[in-house]
Design a binder for this molecule. Structure first.
Ligand code: ORO
Length: 305
């Protein structure tokens, strides 16, 4: 793979050849697919969130395309479990993999991190923000004591960088960010999907089997961008922007707002894997036109007074 120097980015201690990665939950479960994503221009892939044991998730329907744009999903964190998944990626030597973890207590996360001792892991991303599964995700992110315990426990169990993925819950997300920073977190991903629902007017029932799900895609882009800007205005912490990004202009907006890298989810459902190199190429053209040689020169520029 030819590395384009202008696209190289650092998210704190994490160095990536390209700033656009696959968000968690999307295609995140097999090494063959990870290789394909990497060859398609992704700088890293974030896995589906893993739990200590395999989880089935919710019955169908689990995903719904919203009229006017975006998706509502309630997949229910289905995954093969961290021990099985670690075996599946042991042979990986090339793809930067960010392992997403979900759990209720610090010991869950500690146990899962120990499973990846023989794997090449670029970072862990703690899912503190899934908006619709009981006792994990946002319920954890909304509890400062639990966030503190989980982040400090994971930081003490590994030398691999640790990212916290935050979302919009009942505790102000900036407080969750602050707690994570005070507990030693290396970077923040902002944001997860936003709690939402859809109702079928004929059956007069919620469409998703879980009733509530998470809204993703273009409708949440301005909200995610606002969060990235607020975090980077308030705290000195590397940020990964996530939420509704689908074009190179979207990616540049997030970088100017303070993100050192970005993640794509729904855009892959809409435009498949071409979206990675379309965005990479658009960023390169923009940087040439504006006279930047390193991505880092643009991070947070929109905050200039
Ligand atoms: N869905 C989301 O929108 N966010 C998550 O973190 C997890 C899920 C899911 O598995 O349903």
């Amino acid at each position: 793979f030819k590395v384009e120097p202008s696209l190289v980015t650092s998210i704190g201690k994490i160095q990536l050849e390209r700033p656009v990665m696959l968000a968690s939950g999307i295609l995140g479960i097999s090494l063959d697919v990870f290789n394909r994503l990497y060859r398609s221009g992704a700088g890293a892939v974030v896995t589906k969130s893993l739990s200590t044991e395999p989880w089935d998730g919710y019955p169908n329907p689990t995903i719904f395309s919203v009229n006017g744009g975006g998706w509502i999903n309630a997949v229910g964190l289905s995954n093969p479990g961290a021990p099985n998944f670690a075996k599946m990626i042991e042979s990986n030597t090339t793809v930067p993999i960010i392992v997403s973890l979900v759990g209720s207590i610090a010991e869950d996360f500690e146990m899962m991190v120990s499973q990846f001792k023989n794997c090449k892991v670029t970072a862990y991303e703690l899912n503190l923000s899934c908006p619709h599964v009981a006792k994990v995700g946002l319920e954890v992110g909304d509890d400062p004591e639990l966030v503190k315990k989980i982040v400090s426990t994971v930081k003490n169990s590994t030398t691999v960088p640790v990212i916290a993925k935050v979302g919009l819950g009942t505790t102000h997300y900036l407080n969750t960010v602050k707690t994570a920073i005070d507990s030693g977190i290396d970077a923040i991903t902002a944001i997860n999907t936003v709690r939402a629902m859809a109702i079928d007017v004929e059956t007069q029932r919620p469409i998703l089997s879980n009733k509530f799900g998470g809204l993703s895609g273009t409708p949440i882009k301005p909200i995610a961008l606002r969060c990235v800007y607020e975090i980077s205005s308030k705290y000195d912490i590397p940020i990964i922007g996530c939420g509704g990004i689908s074009t190179w202009e979207d990616a540049i907006e997030f970088i100017l707002g303070g993100a050192s890298a970005i993640q794509l989810g729904s855009a892959i459902g809409d435009r498949w894997l071409n979206v990675f190199n379309d965005i990479n190429d658009g960023i390169i053209r923009y940087m040439k036109r504006k006279g930047y040689s390193k991505l880092d020169e643009m991070v947070g520029l929109a905050k200039k007074s």
